[in-house]
Design a protein around this ligand. Structure first.
Ligand code: F6R
Length: 625
């Protein structure tokens, strides 16, 4: 394939601009709004962001200041003498689209009298923008957000609340927005549609935020907006209306969390928070990437007819957890699309004089987009003239800038060093890629994996809600000097990830093997009490895995089986403990199997009182060789 791919960047109109996991704050009350807005944004900094902005309501218009980069850049330019008592503020973490001043929120209408900030994805923003531009609205950013102030402007003559209800009816997607207008200088309106939004009730004013953390120093009395609800917040009070426009009677809840707990969403560690966030991250990751006909849409690849047909080989490159995601993807790509795939650890690839044959697409996978070995491997592949795509979580990362095309994982900022949601969203993006390639390389009818991918967020959320107690298994693993993980096929790939999680945060030695490989040497290490985690999600491979488990049991090994509910009976007589995951299609079941493996590592590490979020000797971005 000739290297005809254009650099991902602002000049590429085909890319989808998406901002989510942004920080939102708002205030209406007796005090000047700016100090709260800036402090609230500072309290949301832990979420990660790449630009920030505020809007203050003044009678002659709305004062807006915004800046790419750190909050300090905004603080340096904002006019701190502004006395406005109503305002909104935003930190943007772009998961797709450049973090520039223009793209930073708030965005305004044509007259500069309405300003809005938003968290989430407006799926129909292209259609809305085209419609609004046709009727004379002028846009000044590339964001999906900017349709909101223009929709509000279109409802001129009506109250801001009515205009917000109108906008809510027009917007599709998962989002939360706040808006202010110079025509109603005492109010902030808020709409929630699947992205979080909290109201805080204070003695001298009322607050809004995407996250309770921002509010805690000011109030502990909060109301959570439900999906489809709209609120008008003034210094005097709060009025909430439901999806039908009827006033909702909501009582406030008292929040006991410490500020530190709140910054982790109430969880004791970022890792647990990030594990629990996975179903939402999966939904975000899939959003807009599957058409009504079930076909995969990877707009960001800017593909032209025939491009995917010309992909004859795929070379995957990554490190650590991302490498494990690639090993799963290799099986999907080869099985579904019958396209040969090679996977290399980046630190090896760069020095092994790789042979890349014509028709190869190189795909580099990296959460941070800053891993030195991955970047060096990408440079090598580019120099050799091959198209290079990236799967990454960080917009504007070096990797994203270096490659020809980027698929973002949209997992939101991952703070814990131990990767969880970035890994599973890498799996989803790679599964979509495999399905897209399968469509052109194996056009014969096959059972689609897409509905099963789409059902993962609900299945994962249900499983995490119940948060299975791993009880005795945790104690057994925590007491062991060494733990083995086994699996076959896709389960081997996820077993590798499971053992890495355990190793890095509990400091217990762990190794993963293809289940059939144990007897070729490692079985010598299995003696009474040695824990073996067996992942078995495939009915077809179950008899084989059962035999391997018997080999372990015969040596006294203690087996913890991770199986779908539908296969649990197969393990009753064999395993010492069984963790079930929801029954689903075998092709995607290992994505769900990652959840108990992550939680096992987490529970063991906390039982051992380890520094879960910052394990010793490890860094979040490995920018050195
Ligand atoms: C483990 C982990 C690491 C990273 C590896 C590559 O939990 O996070 O193994 O996966 O250092 O990092 P990225 O994905 O940023 O290239």
């Amino acid at each position: 394939m000739p290297p005809q791919y254009r650099q991902a960047g602002p000049d590429n109109p085909s890319r989808k601009v998406i901002t989510h996991v942004c920080g939102i704050v708002g205030y209406a009350g007796a005090h000047p709004a700016l100090p709260f807005l800036l402090e609230g944004l500072e309290r949301l900094e832990y979420r990660g962001y790449d630009s920030a902005g505020v809007a203050l309501v003044e009678s002659e218009g709305v004062y807006v200041e915004k800046a790419a980069g750190r909050l300090s850049s905004l603080v340096a330019v904002v006019d701190k003498s502004r006395p406005a008592h109503v305002g909104i503020g935003h930190t943007r973490w772009a998961t797709h689209g450049p973090p520039t001043d223009d793209n930073a929120h708030p965005h305004t209408d044509c007259a500069g009298r309405v300003a809005a900030i938003h968290n989430g994805i407006i799926e129909n923003y292209r259609e809305l923008r085209a419609e609004l531009e046709k009727s004379g609205h002028v846009f000044s950013s590339e964001t999906d957000t900017e349709v909101i102030p223009h929709l509000l402007e279109a409802g001129e003559g009506h109250s801001l609340g009515e205009r917000a209800l109108y906008a809510r009816g027009r917007l599709e997607g998962a989002y939360a927005f706040l808006a202010v207008s110079a025509d109603e200088p005492d109010a902030v309106v808020a709409v929630r549609q699947a992205s979080p939004l909290v109201l805080g009730l204070g003695d001298t004013g009322n607050y809004l935020a995407s996250d309770i953390t921002a509010l805690l120093p000011y109030t502990r009395e909060v109301m959570i907006l439900d999906n489809g609800e709209m609120a008008v917040v003034t210094g005097r009070g709060v009025e909430i209306r439901d999806a039908a426009g009827l006033v909702v009677d909501r009582t406030a809840s008292h929040i006991e969390w410490t500020t530190e707990e709140a910054s982790r969403g109430g969880y004791p560690h970022f890792m647990l928070k990030e594990i629990m966030e996975q179903p939402d991250a999966w939904a975000d990751c899939l959003r807009g990437r599957i058409g009504a006909d079930g076909a995969v849409i990877l707009e960001e690849l800017g593909l032209r007819p025939g491009d995917l047909e010309r992909v004859l080989r795929v070379q995957l490159i990554a490190a650590g957890t991302a490498y494990h995601a690639c090993l799963m993807a290799q099986r999907w790509l080869e099985e579904w699309a019958r396209v040969p795939v090679r996977v290399d650890v980046a630190s090896e690839f760069r020095y092994q004089h790789p042979i890349l044959s014509p028709g190869t697409v190189v795909v580099a996978v990296s959460q941070s987009g800053e891993t030195a070995d991955t970047l060096a491997s990408v440079a090598l592949a580019k120099d050799a003239g091959f198209p290079v795509w990236a799967v990454t979580n960080v917009v504007g990362s070096t990797l994203a800038r270096e490659v020809h095309r980027v698929l973002y994982t949209r997992a939101g900022p991952e703070v814990s060093v131990c990767s969880t949601k970035a890994y599973t969203t890498q799996l989803l993006v790679l599964a979509l890629l495999a399905d897209a390639l399968a469509d052109v390389h194996r056009p014969e009818p096959r059972s689609s994996v897409i509905p099963h991918l789409q059902s993962l967020p609900a299945l994962g959320a249900a499983w995490l809600r119940e948060r299975r107690d791993l009880g005795a298994s945790v104690a057994r693993v925590a007491a062991a000097p060494s733990v083995f993980y086994i699996g076959r096929g896709l389960d081997y790939a996820v077993a590798l990830e499971g053992q890495l999680k355990l190793k890095e945060i509990s400091y217990i030695h762990a190794e993963a093997y293809p289940a059939g490989e144990l007897k070729h040497g490692t079985l010598a290490l299995i003696e009474p009490g040695v824990p073996v985690v067996a992942v078995a999600t495939s009915a077809a491979l179950m008899p084989k895995v059962r035999s391997n488990i018997m080999e372990v049991r015969a040596r006294g090994g203690s087996v913890l089986a991770v199986v779908p509910e539908s296969l649990a009976d197969e393990m009753q007589d064999l395993a010492d403990a069984i963790i079930t995951i929801p029954a689903t299609d075998e092709r995607v079941a290992p994505v769900l199997a990652a959840l108990p493996l992550q939680l096992l590592a987490y529970d063991v590490a906390t039982a051992l009182d380890r520094d879960v979020d910052k394990p010793r000797n490890l860094a979040k971005s490995v920018t050195v060789e």
